[in-house]
Design a protein around this ligand. Structure first.
Ligand SMILES: Cc1ncc(COP(=O)(O)O)c(C=O)c1O
Length: 336
């Protein structure tokens, strides 16, 4: 029996039909732009998000980094949330590898960065300062959805101040499904967006970066320097195409499952935030952490248990698996 794995939506395995699509993929050398399946994926994603061009990347980290390097030069800076993946969870790659200074800004409780904070952080044109070039946002951010109104206000303001706008849209389809809007509508106002195929969409690897034709050309160039020029990678692009056709609308099931789990945990007397998409956040006291981790592990449930525990729903977790998790946690706290 496969373990029930709540650590992330990256743990999904390709379905049988996804594997069949991968096996049947036509391929070629993508560095020469000869891979028809990659070319098709790039065209389809660009079109779906309303952009001129797209570039296929191995990972979201590489895609975000190439995007920042395409927007910024050495000594430029980008504005980014303290909690953002590109700032906190990518080893500072933009600074380390791109010579781009991050200007981290406090995220509000809803995941946004206040417009006042953004405006105050934009540096004047002065020899002492890095040149502020980009506002980078993330949606969803730790499972929270930024509103369309906020995104419009933030991107309008950034553009009015001469900045480019980048979205880490690793889970932007979760945001679009939750908001009930198209992918293109969900990212309106951004000059570039990085979209992951390997999270809720269930592909084994791959991210797609969209932007203008010139931007994509620059990002493709950086991709090669970053060691991301892949060859017969249509096998992965085929998984992405399959995911786009079959795994987008179903994200609503993951959201409903997260809500179900949160309701059950709350009913068990636990402190749980109301999930907006596929992530449930549970607060535990320090003393509760190790016993719960041991209990779940003993019963074959994989989860990163801490004082702030994140439980993630996904394609490989059925409602009955979540019922079992809820039963196990309820029984644990009831002392059964
Ligand atoms: C919000 C966000 N952005 C970017 C990434 C990076 O993606 P990858 O793991 O493919 O590098 C992740 C990975 O979990 C993520 O959660």
């Amino acid at each position: 029996m496969t373990a029930i794995d709540l650590r992330s939506d990256t743990v999904t395995r390709p379905t049988a039909s996804m594997r069949a699509a991968m096996a049947a993929a036509e391929v070629g050398d993508d560095v020469y732009r000869d891979d028809p399946t990659v070319n098709l994926l790039e065209a389809r994603v660009a079109d779906r998000f309303g952009f001129e061009a797209a570039v296929f990347f191995a990972t979201g980290t590489q895609s975000n980094l190439a995007a920042l390097m395409a927007h910024c030069g050495r000594g430029d800076e980008y504005l980014v949330g303290q909690e953002a993946h590109t700032y906190k969870y990518e080893q500072g790659g933009a600074a380390v590898l791109g010579s781009i200074q991050p200007q981290p800004l406090e995220n509000e409780a809803d995941g946004s960065i206040s417009l006042e904070r953004i405006a105050a952080a934009i540096k004047p044109d002065d020899i002492h300062f890095a040149r502020t070039r980009v506002l980078a946002l993330e949606n969803t951010i730790a499972g929270r959805v930024l509103s369309l109104e906020y995104l419009r206000a933030a991107t309008d303001m950034a553009h009015a101040r001469g900045l480019a706008t980048h979205l880490d849209g690793a889970r932007v389809f979760n945001a679009a499904v939750k908001l009930g809007v198209t992918a293109a509508r969900a990212v309106r106002g951004f000059d570039s967006v990085s979209i992951c195929l390997s999270k809720g969409l269930g592909a084994p690897a791959g991210s797609v970066l969209v932007g203008s034709r010139d931007f994509a050309t620059a990002a493709r160039r950086w991709r090669k320097a970053l060691g991301g020029g892949m060859r017969q990678v249509g096998v992965l692009a085929a998984a992405g195409l399959h995911a786009l056709d079959h795994h987008v609308e179903r994200l609503a099931e993951d959201h409903a499952n997260a809500m179900f789990l949160a309701d059950r945990l709350r009913a068990a007397g636990l402190r749980v935030e109301i999930p907006q998409t596929n992530m449930v956040y549970l607060s535990l006291s320090p003393a509760q952490v190790a016993p719960l981790a041991a209990h779940l592990s003993k019963h074959g449930v994989l989860a990163s248990i801490g004082e702030r525990t994140r439980l993630v729903t996904h394609l490989d977790l059925s409602r009955s698996a979540l019922e079992r998790v809820a039963d196990l946690i309820t029984a644990h706290f009831a002392g059964a």
